[in-house]
Design a binder for this molecule. Sequence first.
Ligand code: G3H
Ligand code: 13P
Ligand code: ZN
Length: 359
Amino acid sequence: MPLVPLRVVLDHAAEHNYGVAAFNVNNMEQIQAIMEAAKETDSPVIVQASRGARSYSQDNYLRHLMLAAAELYPEIPVVMHQDHGNSPATCYSAIKYGFTSVMMDGSLLEDAKTAAPFDYNVKVTADVVKVAHSMGVSVEGEIGCLGSIEHKAPAKDTGPVDPQLMGEPGERHGHDADLEQEPEPEGAMSHLTDPNEAEDFVAATGVDALAVAIGTSHGAYKFKTKPTGEVLKMSLIEEIHRRLPNTHLVMHGSSSVPEDLQEIIRKYGGKMGETYGVPVEEIQRGIKHGVRKINVDTDCRMAMTGAIRKVFAETPDKFDPREYLKPAREAMKKICLARMIAFGQAGNASKLMATGRLK
Ligand code: G3H
Ligand code: 13P
Ligand code: ZN
């Protein structure tokens, strides 16, 4: 079946009280991992590409890989989503390449670093909604800025990133270490979503889904200890959902950074400091309160990297890329399967197809 808009999937998720993982992709093996997990669990899926991913894989390759996924798995509704579009132009170019959903992230300016004024965010998001909706494409907006409460600027991140993987400057969107925001005193929370602003933003823009900032951040280094309500504000989700019961909420920075994956990476020569992610049970709590899209990238990266490190460490004589990409793909599939089951999307692909809403 053709790629489908985000809105249709999230409406079904809301009617049946489940969440849908949005997994980031940069290459064929990651798309294959997601699709195999979706097939095995009968899950609708959201596959998303950041600007960095689009520049790394090139739009044409990505487009045809996604079309191949839709062709090979006609029983699975697949959304192709632009993650963190930094400007209307980025969103429009994604639509041109066949994306069925775009995120206009106007919480930051076009540089993807500087916190943006509310009016700017409303303007760019409303502009994108107008164009996207006229073409049947869904739009996610964001209000508040992602980022840790514990170490709100400067924050640790995964360390220096290979500039070759980054594409143009600023392509890595909204990573704590890159943000140019006023440092807040320890524990300050002014970057989190203000529920009043969330209400005004949804009314003014007509977005299909709203990303909220509740203290999560991108990457592996989210929390110094297992997060409590002090640093992971699930209560804020509950408040926003109470005020906007018909708006689909999105949680970014929702990798759980599993300890077993950290251990595998360390065991086979990788460097990872002690760190904690977003516990799956907190995401499940969010799903009970309007969270419908859950962004997961880091866990998949860790799963693949751990598997590749293991092959390299145990069989240093191997050099056929298939011998390490196969286990990497398998390891990512395992994470996808686990999240699809935990978020409740498993079993819902066939149900969504049976509604006849997808053509
Ligand atoms: O936005 C965060 C996602 O993890 C994508 O990361 O910008 O390095 O591709 P990226
Ligand atoms: P993680 O880094 O927690 O996987 O978050 C990914 C994300 O929010 C992509 O937009
Ligand atoms: Zn994100």
